[in-house]
Design a protein. Structure first.
Length: 374
């Protein structure tokens, strides 16, 4: 990246961009912010306009993006993705005002008229998207069925239980899954930088347009295990299901834990700490359309399963449990008729999360323990 002469960025931002140059050279593992930026840059080089809006879209709520740089000397701004090459397609980025409904509705309309563009609306926290629920219900999830109007809008909804309370934990995954039918939308929960890279590119490159709901991470943006390689970006593709990553003997695996999102890394660290080789952990990165064939192929080697568990951070009446368990039960039944799908997660709750950090930690420890013992 070359900055204009005399342009001075803030010290921590300078470090982020220096690290990205090291990632590009293979000197550091790829993190989320770099992979996301590379998705936009490669799409721009392939001729696709990009439009992004949200209440903190330039920096990113959790300071991972920094797509807009600010001169510390004169308060000027510079957007690297607008300066890739002469004659490049538009890269528009707007920090929007505090009305989720108004902005999301406008972006829905924009995306229906610009099918070649990647149009993104990002919630500051996924919880805040409930202020635009009418747009989701009336237009995004049902517009194609009612009016034959195709839409490729992407919604980025930060989601994850980290003890921040009921207003800053849940993007209300269950609401989107309850609206899924007739292949009307896509609901994905990527857990690696390579996954978000390929997912964003897939949204524009493949020859169909469906709204994409992405539950994006918060703590995973800087998690030591949530990294990718340049090869993952260059040679891979979006995986709807990610199989077990450790070397386990399939014949010794008697317990299968299925999950989505951040809880995967908690499960992985717990299993490694306990030295368990009888437990396989499989991630569902796409919850709708449900990837039944990919899941069946992934679990096929585990012929000695005795227990199958769905593990989630959300309460039982929320998250994916109620809306996806029929898919999971069918897949498990086809694999081995006598298998019974068990649940490991928080108890049903009127609120998405508790308000006490100590209670959150207790609940998190219990659901991880249940995943290995229930």
């Amino acid at each position: 990246m070359e900055l204009p002469e005399g342009f001075v960025v803030q010290r921590q931002v300078q470090k982020i961009y220096e690290d990205r140059q090291k990632m590009q050279a293979g000197g550091l593992p790829i993190n989320w912010g770099y992979a996301e930026t590379m998705a936009y840059a490669t799409l721009a080089f392939e001729g696709h306009p990009i439009r992004m809006t949200g209440q903190d879209i330039g920096r990113g709520t959790f300071s991972h993006r920094h797509a807009v740089l600010h001169n510390q000397k004169d308060a000027g701004t510079y957007i690297p993705l607008q300066n890739l090459y002469a004659g490049q397609p538009r890269f528009d980025l707007y920090d929007s005002f505090l009305s989720e409904e108004a902005v999301l509705a406008f972006e829905y309309g924009y995306s229906t008229t610009q099918p070649d563009a990647l149009v993104i609306w990002e919630a500051q926290f996924g919880d805040f998207a409930n202020g635009a629920q009418v747009v989701v219900d009336q237009f995004i999830t049902s517009g194609e069925h009612k009016w034959g109007r195709l839409c490729g809008l992407t919604m980025l909804l930060p989601h994850g239980y980290e003890g921040q309370g009921p207003e800053h934990s849940s993007a209300r995954l269950e609401r989107y899954l309850q609206l899924c039918a007739e292949h009307n939308i896509q609901v994905c929960v990527p857990t690696t930088p390579a996954q978000i890279y390929h997912l964003l590119r897939r949204q524009v490159i493949r020859p169909l347009r469906k709204p994409l709901i992405v539950l994006t991470p918060k703590s995973l943006l800087r998690h030591k295990l949530a990294v990718s390689t340049l090869e993952d970006l260059a040679e891979g593709s979006f995986q709807t299901v990610i199989p077990e990553i450790d070397t386990l003997d399939p014949a010794k695996v008697t317990r299968l834990v299925l999950c989505s999102g951040k809880v995967y890394y908690d499960l992985l660290e717990k299993r490694r700490a306990e030295g368990r080789e009888d437990i396989a952990i499989v991630r569902l990165e796409q919850l709708y359309p449900f990837p039944e064939d990919d899941l069946m192929e992934t679990i096929a080697p585990y012929t000695n399963l005795q227990h199958v568990v769905w593990c989630q951070e959300e309460p039982m009446n929320q998250g994916a449990w109620y809306s996806s368990q029929h898919h999971l039960r069918r897949s498990m039944g086809n694999h081995k008729r006598e298998l019974v799908l068990e649940y490991a997660g928080r108890d049903a709750s009127a609120a998405p999360a508790c308000g006490y950090a100590s209670m959150h930690a207790e609940q998190q420890e219990k659901l991880l323990r249940d995943a290995f013992t229930v």
